[in-house]
Design a protein around this ligand. Structure first.
Ligand SMILES: C[S@@+](CC[C@H](N)C(=O)[O-])C[C@H]1O[C@@H](n2cnc3c(N)ncnc32)[C@H](O)[C@@H]1O
Length: 395
């Protein structure tokens, strides 16, 4: 018993210090001896939440709340874990079972979970009424709720329910270019690139949260990884273009290459953040392909992370990059890795198969380096990505 208590205490300390591997090992060691030890099941569940294994966390917490030691906090954690797996109906049920007042964040998550579950079987307005009843004075406005709900339901592939919210948004916010495009994507997979007005409005609205969301929540690291590969290859790049530079996450890394750094993006909001960073010699608001066409042989390196995901057909982009690179120039890009050809995903992003990237770039570029990476941790899974270095073929 003493040994188990020591193991438990060490696992708790490890969890509190963020050493989740050690914590998991400790809690599992206890459960190997006492499979129904509530505290260890709860500790394991929270540890698994911290390492974003939400389904495993929900399984452990489901067992924890079935033990006699169950505490209200355990039920609230189970509800959060279920929400993160996209099981909104069970999440709403688990929140309800907590049986005592929740914090504001948990109360809102409960209200959202109930609304997202309800919209699977009822009208958007009915789901909204339920949301308001649970959220009470905390309720966000319906537009915010349904925008967020639309994205969440798409991410979990609940497309009929997402369409219901999309239809509500179409009726109530008809002039919104972001909603218009995201709804169209669900019914028309032939659109071969994201419209500029969509990209601009989407990222203007996202600029303030972008770094926090991508880096902290989604584990996005493509700019650093791609610059490392450029450095490893070597070469001198006196003039560098960061195409679709966004908030300038690549800026500090590209600075190491010691060239003159130009950033181009469609979104004024994203460019304002990049300007605050102070890494760029020049920043310009322009469409990527148009910009490169107007800059013949102006760059030695064109660098672009998480931008090709807004292009289905990559041919115009590769052709324009070939025009904008000086002889011997390097193109460094990331893609979201898909199967065959290019695919427009319900998320309104594009995924590209490797064979497609090779074929589309072949008239102008030779691929000299390629690596598969985990690109983002999306709603339910890790999204695979691919990094490419390509040299310009002699004319
Ligand atoms: C996901 S963000 C990536 C930003 C940055 N490259 C990074 O890795 O953090 C995509 C950026 O590409 C920009 N973008 C998308 N399509 C574009 C286009 N056709 N022309 C210029 N910028 C574009 C968006 O405005 C947005 O800032």
């Amino acid at each position: 018993m003493d040994n188990l208590q020591e193991t438990f205490d060490r696992a708790l300390t490890a969890a509190a210090e963020g050493r989740f591997d050690a914590a998991e090992t400790g809690f599992r060691a206890i459960l190997a001896v006492r499979p129904d030890e509530g505290g260890a099941l709860f500790g394991l569940g929270v540890t698994l939440m911290n390492t974003r294994r939400f389904q495993d966390a929900a399984d452990a917490l489901t067992r924890a709340v079935a033990t006699p030691e169950v505490e209200p906090l355990w039920r609230a954690c189970l509800a959060q874990a279920l929400y993160m797996t996209g099981d909104f109906a069970s999440a709403a049920g688990a929140f309800e079972a907590v049986g005592e007042p929740l914090g504001d964040g948990a109360q809102l998550t409960w209200a959202r979970a109930a609304a997202y579950a309800a919209v699977e079987t009822t009208a958007a307005e009915t789901a909204l009424d339920l949301y308001k009843r649970i959220a009470g004075p905390l309720a966000e406005d319906p537009e915010t709720l349904f925008r967020e709900g639309f994205s969440v339901l798409v991410a979990f592939q609940r497309l009929p329910a997402a369409r219901k919210l999309g239809d509500w948004l179409a009726r109530n916010t008809p002039d919104d270019p972001v909603q218009a495009h995201e709804r169209r994507v669900l019914t028309d997979q032939t659109i071969d690139r994201a419209p500029s007005e969509y990209v601009e409005a989407l990222f203007d609205g996202f600029a303030e949260r972008f770094d926090r969301q991508l880096v902290d929540n989604l584990g996005y690291d493509a700019p650093a990884l791609l610059v490392e590969r450029v450095e490893r290859r070597g070469g001198r790049f006196a003039r560098i273009l960061d195409l679709g530079c966004g908030t300038g996450l690549a800026g500090p890394h590209l600075r190491r290459l010691q060239g003159r750094l130009t950033g181009v993006d469609l979104s004024g909001g994203m460019l304002a953040r990049a300007a605050e960073r102070g890494d760029y010699d020049t920043l310009a608001q322009a469409e990527a392909v148009d910009f490169m066409r107007s800059a013949p042989a102006d760059f030695d390196l064109i660098f672009s992370t998480d931008v090709l995901i807004y292009f289905g057909d990559l041919t115009p982009l590769f052709a324009a990059a070939a025009e904008a690179l000086a002889p011997g120039g390097l193109l460094a890009v990331s893609t979201e890795l898909g199967e065959d050809g290019w695919t427009l995903l319900p998320s309104a992003r594009y995924a590209h198969g490797d064979a497609y990237v090779r074929a589309a770039s072949a008239p102008w570029f030779e691929i000299v380096d390629r690596a598969e990476i985990p690109l983002r941790r999306d709603a339910a899974a890790v999204t695979p990505g691919c990094l490419y270095l390509m040299t310009l073929k002699p004319a």
